[in-house]
Ligand binder design. Structure first.
Ligand code: G3I
Length: 300
């Protein structure tokens, strides 16, 4: 196949990208995105600060712009994200304890009602762990250690049709505290019947260092808990071809690795734009890393 999405589909997977609503009017950007990808994540537009800027007043204009753009092209959409320590509505800063807990529940219910039945995945909770595997201290954590499972239970009731994911970075290396912390939480959730369907490994890598040799082991170990896994925000500084090929192969080698999403279209669209981390250069040309990924997908 000659595009990333079609190549991934040959093994039943998807290949996605993050989209910024503000860039959809850029024809080079929209042309590449429309051609190459079949799963879309809103880069910022479905986050809590965007969707509930005032308490109980929801705004889905930018999120819907991305949703409509994607689904008109036959693409699926991944929701990102419902509960996170960052990009919170400013009014969450003025509340705490049971008031904040209820605001989180109301937020999940409000956003998920709007997108009910429409999305493939939701990143219900994002980045809730420290590097050593302990829970990140945040205003949400301060509402009680059970805030994550409350978020997932709320989400399942709000929309039973969408797969519910926990999403984080630096959980790709199996021999790392944070990976173990997240793994233990998923195992605990599964054993107690807390609803969770998937783990997103963001996969923000640094070029020059090698791919964690146990990346595939990590994917397989998460999958063995009975969840899907996905690479949800891939970028690699300087777009090392070996790392791009390696992360693609790691996903291919794990049956429950359902897809790969890169975190932007062109290097110039990236949050790490000075480090040329993506598959297309600033002019929209395919980079060597693109070919390494496409070849790996086609060989699967
Ligand atoms: O839209 C405003 C604009 O109006 C304002 O003038 C400008 C001034 O700072 O800010 C603009 O908002 C920025 C927004 O991106 C849209 O461009 C924010 O400042 C900026 O903080 C925000 O950065 C986003 C970042 O998440 C925030 O945490 C990045 O685009 C986005 O790529 C990044 O994505 C995260 C994932 O959600 C979670 N995992 C890590 C990943 C990379 O940091």
């Amino acid at each position: 196949a000659s595009t990333l999405g079609a190549a991934a589909a040959q093994s039943g997977r998807y290949f996605g990208t993050a989209i910024a609503a503000s860039r959809l009017g850029d024809s080079t950007y929209a042309t590449i995105a429309g051609r190459e990808f079949n799963m879309i994540t809103a880069e910022n537009e479905m986050k809590p600060d965007a969707t509930e800027p005032q308490r109980g007043q929801f705004n889905f204009s930018s999120g819907d712009q991305i949703y409509n753009w994607a689904t008109q092209r036959g693409m699926k959409v991944r929701g990102h994200t419902l509960a996170w320590h960052s990009q919170q509505p400013s009014w969450w800063g003025g509340i705490s304890g049971s008031t904040l807990r209820q605001a989180m529940i109301d937020h999940i219910n409000g956003v998920m009602a709007h997108y009910k039945g429409k999305l493939a995945y939701w990143d219900v909770v994002n980045e809730a762990f420290n590097e050593d595997g302990s829970r990140r201290q945040s205003n949400l954590q301060a509402t009680g250690n059970d805030w994550i499972e409350v978020a997932f239970r709320t989400a399942r009731n709000a929309d039973p049709s969408v797969k519910l994911c926990y999403n984080d970075y630096n959980i790709e290396n199996w021999s790392y505290g944070k990976t173990q912390g997240v793994y233990n939480m998923i195992r605990d959730f599964k054993s107690r019947g807390v609803p969770i369907d998937c783990v997103g490994l963001q996969t923000h890598f640094t070029g020059g260092s090698s791919l964690p040799s146990n990346f595939q082991t990590t994917l397989a170990n998460f999958a063995s808990l009975g969840v899907d896994v996905a690479l949800t925000e891939v970028d690699v500084t300087n777009a090392s071809t070996s790392q791009y090929a390696g992360l693609t192969q790691a996903c291919i080698n794990v049956p429950r690795c359902v897809g790969i999403t890169v975190w932007g279209v062109r290097d110039s669209d990236s949050w790490r734009s000075s480090e040329s981390p993506l598959l297309f250069d600033g002019s929209g040309n395919k980079k060597a890393a693109y070919t390494s990924v496409l070849n790996a997908l086609n060989a699967a």
